[in-house]
Design a binder for this molecule. Sequence first.
Ligand code: PXL
Length: 283
Amino acid sequence: MNTPRVLAIHDISGIGRCSLTVALPVLSAAGIECAVLPTAVLSTHTGEFEGYTFRDLTEDVLPIAQHWKSLNLKFDAIYTGYLGSFEQIELIKEVITLLADDDTLIVVDPVMADEGELYPGFTLDYPDQMRSLCALADVLVPNLTEAALLLGRDYDSSPDTDAVKDLLAALCSDIGAGSAVLTGVSLAPDSLGAAARDSKLSSTTYAGAARAEGMYHGSGDLFCSALVAGLLNGCSLEESTKLAVDFTSASIQRTYAAGAETRYGLLFEAGLAHFSAQFNTLY
Ligand code: PXL
């Protein structure tokens, strides 16, 4: 069996376990080659750190993609996350046009906000522009804040089942995504997870796990990387959502139990062997 290849388009935050420092180990552990197109290089992520460095790589994006085009490479998936500048949204659309073929799965995590607020450095016009990249997604994976921003709706931190279904339907019909997975959804007081709308099956499903106190940086990146790992191993969107919720939740529980400082990211490493083993039967 050929090793599937995903192109991960995110920043490198040297410290903080998010974006590429999460996508690379998780996808590799799942038996997937993870090619990377770094959008920026930072000393840390931008949440709860002061004085971080930020090297914007906007001018490298197209030359890197054009070189790969000249090599005739095949990408089974393109998975985009945190972008280094407003201009990169248009450039990443060009990269997708250049490198994707009819079979390439496009997964867009519209990383820009959480807990009702845009991340530092993101301007109010960013969500409008991000919508056009989201329209190219086969699977769009926002958190509740990002979904509200994309849809131009008020942020609801705890939508009920009907409201979740409505958000998922709107992400597909109004934004134009094929399918959508909404993260940070809580359908019972002690549970937190994700809801998925699989447009091919016309189904909406929910996967939840025990909720731990606190806000955990990088959990969206860990979730989405695990989701992509499942999809590229032939799991359905429902199965992939469940395994991503389980892996992320176990990492959150481990981080909570260790009393670790949450800005340094989730202690996911100890769970990688178990995560990887789920896919072993497939090889
Ligand atoms: O986890 C999302 C993320 C990715 N990359 C950078 C970030 C954040 C969230 O704050 O700052 C640089």
